[in-house]
Design a protein around this ligand. Structure first.
Ligand code: ADP
Ligand code: AMP
Length: 213
């Protein structure tokens, strides 16, 4: 099963993608996580990506598409995957489509996690991410057992630089300009399904599993 998660930054794509990955035993592929891992390891790709991420801008398609296609060509993606944060532009979606068509393959579902802008800034300022394993929490909605400490690996939780309100505003604008058109793109392909992302995360997940079967 090949799934794309769509939605504004902070809509809950990563939260739901992790739950889908567990239930359906497919890898969770997040381009944002791949970039952050590269930044942490000080790679050239990480240095380049950081320039854009810190501004709330998209990393250029040339860089992003290559790392995504390399990732989904790996063995663990043979039986499917859940893409979180990719595609974010029409050209990215087209390249993915072409690559899959060449393999006689296709995306099965594009799940749009729908959350209005007014909820997003609050969500993002409460998000905390583990510096080590990338697990995410929310100080009100999904708190860790011990404040500031990751339940999974015991390392420190931080507010991502790009989750500060000034940057979130840019990211929302970029989302509306460049990513939202994908809703139309996948509607036309007949695979778009929307869920109400303002509900409790378990209710959102129930709506998604009702779609995926
Ligand atoms: P995205 O991957 O779309 O950027 P996340 O999954 O990281 O979003 O979620 C953004 C923030 O909102 C996180 O702090 C997360 O814990 C929290 N969150 C996710 N889903 C919900 C929900 N249904 N209700 C309330 N908070 C949520
Ligand atoms: P995310 O973790 O999905 O919120 O992504 C964090 C940041 O990484 C984004 O704001 C972009 O700067 C960059 N990024 C992640 N995925 C992509 C993508 N598919 N295309 C361009 N930039 C991306």
């Amino acid at each position: 099963m090949k799934i794309i998660m769509l939605g504004a930054p902070g809509a809950g794509k990563g939260t739901q993608a992790k739950m889908i990955a567990d239930k359906y035993a497919v890898p969770h592929v997040s381009t944002g996580d791949i970039f952050r891992a590269n930044i942490k390891n000080g790679t050239e790709l990480g240095m380049e990506a950081k320039k854009y991420m810190d501004q709330g801008q998209l990393v250029p398609d040339e860089l992003t598409v290559k790392i995504l296609l390399d990732r989904v060509a790996q063995d663990d993606c043979k039986n499917g995957y859940v893409l979180d944060g990719f595609p974010r532009t029409i050209p990215q979606a087209e390249v993915l489509d072409e690559a899959l068509t060449k393999l006689g393959d296709k995306i099965d579902f594009a799940i749009n996690v729908d959350v209005p802008d007014e909820n997003i800034i609050k969500r993002m300022s409460g998000r905390r991410a583990c510096v080590n394993c990338g697990a995410t929490y929310h100080i009100e909605h999904v708190p860790p057992k011990t404040e500031g400490i990751c339940d999974r690996c015991g390392k420190e939780l931080i507010l991502r630089d790009d989750d500060k309100p000034e940057t979130v505003k840019n990211r929302l604008k970029v989302y509306h300009d460049q990513t939202q058109p994908l809703i139309d793109f996948y509607t036309k392909k007949g695979i778009l399904k929307s869920v109400d992302g303002t509900k409790d995360m378990n209710d959102v997940f129930a709506a998604i599993t009702a779609i995926l079967g």
